[in-house]
Design a protein. Structure first.
Length: 297
């Protein structure tokens, strides 16, 4: 049987109503949402299922909502026998928390409390924004980032990279990218400069909470966002969750590392299929599947 990995999406994959049909039909999915509601002390599931959209997209809600939905999907897929056992797990940014819950390294309730606080702090300290640049390679974008005083936030696929920074720096980066021949430069609908040094205050406040949270050895290694290393030790996982707040998400390296270790099949567990699309641009021979194709949620 081909080696498989589970991959979990990050912010931007949410939609009002995600998981509602499963929670109504599958007790195991409803239990996941109930556990997250209990951990947070309010009915986040009401916002997930019914909105309004402006509440769901708020970072403080969006992050635990995506964690809860990804794990609800996973539990149903496992119950139905529709997902292969993985050799590795990985998650895009916030998705690392889902991956760690899925691997048993992190308790669902602890994960929900961590990402809720992570989202609150990002809103509190948020400034600047992000742009997606299409059609330029890593080296050119690195030079543009240095000249514009922005930072590379996500290396999502060949020719698809995002930059983070202050608003005026992003304007300069946009101009430079267009002059360098970028196919498109797209401002992202966020008001926070994720995955750059502007998020350092979030690290300072969240790290003590991460360090105080119990972690177990995962059932399979996590392929880390920061440097694509294989992580299995609790202390390494704590360091990763702190460092990834300001570090680039090196998603191309993550997928390539999985392939180096024999992975030929990726299963995206969570709403949407963004990561599946990115994966096939990184490794055209990869087989991909996404949860909603099986769940019809």
């Amino acid at each position: 049987m081909p080696a498989a990995a589970w991959i979990f999406p990050g912010q931007g994959s949410q939609r009002v109503g995600m998981g509602r049909a499963l929670a109504e039909s599958e007790p195991i999915a409803r239990e996941v949402y109930d556990r997250v509601d209990d951990a947070l002390g309010f009915a986040l599931s009401d916002i997930i299922f019914s909105g309004p959209d402006e509440e769901l997209v708020a970072t403080r809600n969006q992050q635990p909502a995506l964690l809860a939905t990804s794990i609800a999907y996973l539990e149903v897929l496992k119950l139905r026998g529709q997902v292969p056992d993985p050799q590795f797990v990985a998650g895009h940014s916030l998705g690392e928390y889902s991956a760690l819950v899925a691997s048993g390294a992190l308790d669902l309730a602890d994960g929900a409390r961590l990402v809720r606080r992570r989202g609150e702090l990002m809103e509190q300290h948020g400034l600047g924004g992000m742009i997606a640049v299409l059609g330029l390679d890593d080296q050119v974008l690195s030079e543009i980032a240095a000249l514009s005083e922005t930072e590379i936030a996500n290396i999502n696929a060949p020719g698809q990279i995002t930059l983070s920074g202050r608003s005026e720096a992003l304007e300069r980066a946009t101009q430079l990218a267009r002059e360098a021949g970028a196919r498109r430069v797209v401002p992202l609908a966020v008001n926070v400069a994720f995955h750059c040094s502007l998020m350092q205050p979030v690290v300072a406040e969240l790290k003590p909470m991460i360090d105080a949270t119990p972690f177990n050895q995962p059932s399979v290694p996590l392929i880390a966002n920061v440097d694509a290393r294989l992580l299995s030790e609790p202390d390494e996982l704590r360091v990763e969750l702190a460092e990834q707040i300001t570090a680039s998400v090196r998603w191309v390296d993550v997928i390539q590392r999985a392939m180096e270790h024999g992975v030929s099949s990726l299963f995206e567990i969570g709403p949407g299929k963004v990561l599946s699309g990115l994966a096939t641009r990184i490794g055209r021979e990869l087989e991909t599947a996404h949860a909603e194709a099986f769940l019809r949620d």
